[in-house]
Design a protein around this ligand. Structure first.
Ligand code: CMC
Length: 440
C-alpha cells in the first residue's frame, strides 16, 4: 500500500502481528496512519504474555497518534498539518503557522485578523511578574529564568488552568503564544541590567519581540524588516517537530492533568539540554574553537576517534537520516542576514567548509550524519544581535506553539492515559534490613 492509498485517519486495517514468548502468544493489531510507517499496537502484550517491551529512548515506539506534524527522516521531509516546511518558511508568517498548528487549517483573512488581535491583546504579563524577576540573580542563565517564570504563569492566570474546560484550554494557548516572547525578552533585559520594554501592539509578532529585546527607553528603535523576517522564518522552522524530547515531556507532564503553564515549563527544562535545544549554542562554540578552515581536518579526525568522545555539533539527528530540510532554509537565511548586515563572519566560512568535508567523508556518510537545523542557526542568531545564552530561549519561543498544540491534542484525545512507562529491574532482589551497628 503506498502512502497516498492509505486511509485518511489512523485505523486498524485488519492486519495483525503475533508475538510468541515461551508459548504465550499475543496477537497485536497493526494500525496505519495517513502516511508513514505502520504501528504495531502492543497494548495487550503484558496482559497476555507477562513481558514488557523494552525500548530505551523510544527508538521504535510511537507514544500517541497525532495530526500535527509529519517527518520522513530518510527523505528529509517535514510537514506541518500537511504543508511542507520550505513553503511555510518562504510564504507564511510565524503567527499564521501558530494558527495552522493550533487549529489544523490555514486561516482565512478574517480568521487570521481575529487570531492576531487576540494574541496581540495577551502580550503583556501581569505587572507583578516584574517583581518575580527581581528574585533571580543578574547572572542567571536566561533559560533558568524561563523555567521559573513560565512555571509561575499558573500562579498568575488561574482562570485558564482548568484543563477540562475547552475555552480555558484555548485561552491558555493564546496566552502562551503571546506571553512567551515577552517573558523571553524580559529574561534577556534582566540579564543585561536594562529596563523591561513593554510590548507594542502596532508591530507584528516578531518585530515586537525584537523591539522588546533591543529597544531602550531613551531612544527610538525600529527592527529592520529583513532581519525581523529572518527571525520570523527561524521561528517557523522551530515551531514543531512531532514527538521530540521536549514535546514528549510536555505530553507526559500533561498526561497527569497538570496545568498547561506547568507542562510547558517542563518542556523548557528538557529543551535546555545540549542534545536538544542547546545544540546551536554548542555548534557555534565548536565552530569558534575550530576558528579557521585550516583547523577543520584535525577537528574532523577528533570526531572520528571513538575514544575522544567529541561529536560534530549541529550534525546528526534521531529522525533525519538525510539532510534536515530546516538546515537548508537556515543556511540560506544565514547568508541573507549576513549580507544585509554587511557582516563577513569567518565562522560561516568554517561552517560551510566543515559541512562539505563531512558530507564527503565515509564516517559521516555511513552513519547518515547530515547537518541539522542547529548547524547554522547560531551564526545567524549571533549576527542578529542575540548573545549565545539566548539561543535556546529563542528556540523555546518558537516551539511554544508546538508544545501547546500537542498538549491540546493530547487532552482532547479519547485514547489519552497518564504516561506511565515500565522498566527492566536490574537492582538487588529482596533482602533484609541490617541495623547500622551490624553493617560491615
Ligand atoms: N558526531 C559524531 N558522531 C555522531 C554524531 C555526531 N554529531 N551523532 C551521532 N553520531 C554517531 C554516534 O557516535 C553513533 O556511532 P556508533 O554507532 O559508532 O556508536 C551513531 O552516530 C548513532 O548515534 P546515536 O547517539 O545513537 O544517535 P541518536 O539518534 O541517539 O542521536 C543526536 C541523535 C541528535 C543526539 C546526535 O546525532 C547528536 O548528539 N548530535 C549532536 C548534537 C546536535 O546537533 N543536536 C541537535 C539535534 S536537532 C535539534 C533538536 O531537535 O533539538
Amino acid at each position: 500500500m503506498t502512502a497516498s492509498e492509505k486511509p485518511a485517519a489512523a485505523t486498524d486495517i485488519g492486519r495483525t502481528a503475533t508475538l510468541d514468548i515461551a508459548g504465550k502468544k499475543v496477537s497485536m493489531p497493526v494500525r496505519s496512519g495517513t502516511i508513514g510507517p505502520d504501528v504495531v499496537d502492543i497494548g495487550k502484550v503484558y496482559a497476555n504474555t507477562g513481558a514488557f517491551t523494552y525500548d530505551p529512548g523510544f527508538t521504535s515506539t510511537a507514544n500517541c497518534s497525532s495530526k500535527i506534524t509529519y517527518i520522513d527522516g530518510d527523505k528529509g521531509v517535514l510537514l506541518y498539518r500537511g504543508y511542507p516546511i520550505e513553503q511555510l518558511a518562504e510564504q507564511s508568517s510565524h503567527l499564521e503557522v501558530c494558527y495552522l498548528l493550533l487549529h489544523g487549517e490555514l486561516p482565512t483573512a478574517k480568521q487570521f485578523e481575529e487570531f492576531r488581535s487576540i494574541v496581540t491583546r495577551h502580550t503583556m504579563v501581569h505587572e507583578q511578574m516584574t517583581r518575580f524577576f527581581q528574585g533571580f540573580r543578574r547572572d542567571a542563565h536566561p533559560m533558568a529564568i524561563m523555567c521559573g517564570s513560565v512555571g509561575a504563569l499558573s500562579a498568575f492566570y488561574h482562570d485558564s488552568t482548568d484543563i477540562n474546560d475547552p475555552k480555558q484550554r484555548i485561552i491558555a494557548a493564546h496566552r502562551m503564544i503571546a506571553k512567551m516572547p515577552t517573558l523571553a525578552a524580559m529574561a534577556y533585559k534582566y540579564s543585561i541590567g536594562q529596563p523591561f520594554i513593554y510590548p507594542r501592539n502596532d508591530l507584528d509578532y516578531t518585530s515586537n519581540f525584537m523591539q522588546m529585546c533591543f529597544a531602550v527607553p531613551c531612544e527610538p528603535y525600529a527592527a529592520d524588516p529583513v532581519l525581523s523576517r529572518a527571525l520570523d522564518r527561524i521561528f517557523i522552522l522551530h515551531a514543531d517537530h512531532e514527538q521530540n524530547a521536549s514535546t514528549s515531556t510536555v505530553r507526559l507532564a500533561g498526561s497527569s492533568g497538570a496545568n498547561p503553564f506547568a507542562c510547558i515549563a517542563a518542556g523548557i527544562a528538557c529543551l535546555w539540554g545540549p542534545a536538544h535545544g542547546g545544540a546551536n549554542e554548542a555548534a557555534l562554540k565548536m565552530l569558534e574553537e575550530i576558528g579557521t578552515v585550516k583547523n577543520i581536518k584535525a577537528h574532523v579526525e577528533k570526531v572520528k576517534d571513538k575514544n575522544s568522545g567529541v561529536r560534530l555539533m549541529g550534525f546528526g539527528h534521531r529522525v533525519y537520516k538525510n539532510y534536515d530540510p530546516r538546515a537548508k532554509v537556515m543556511q540560506k537565511t544565514t547568508q541573507e542576514v549576513l549580507k544585509v548586515l554587511g557582516v563577513n563572519d569567518p565562522i560561516l566560512e568554517v561552517a560551510m567548509e566543515l559541512e562539505q568535508i563531512a558530507l564527503h567523508d565515509d564516517f559521516f556518510i555511513e552513519k547518515k550524519l547530515y547537518p541539522n537545523v542547529d548547524f547554522y542557526s547560531g551564526i545567524v542568531l549571533r549576527a542578529l544581535g542575540f548573545p549565545v545564552s539566548m539561543f535556546t530561549v529563542l528556540f523555546a519561543v518558537a516551539r511554544t506553539i508546538g508544545w501547546i498544540s500537542q498538549w491540546r491534542e493530547m487532552i482532547e484525545d479519547p485514547e489519552q492515559k497518564i504516561g506511565r512507562p515500565r522498566q527492566l529491574y536490574v537492582g538487588p532482589t529482596n533482602r533484609d534490613y541490617v541495623p547500622v551497628a551490624k553493617r560491615g
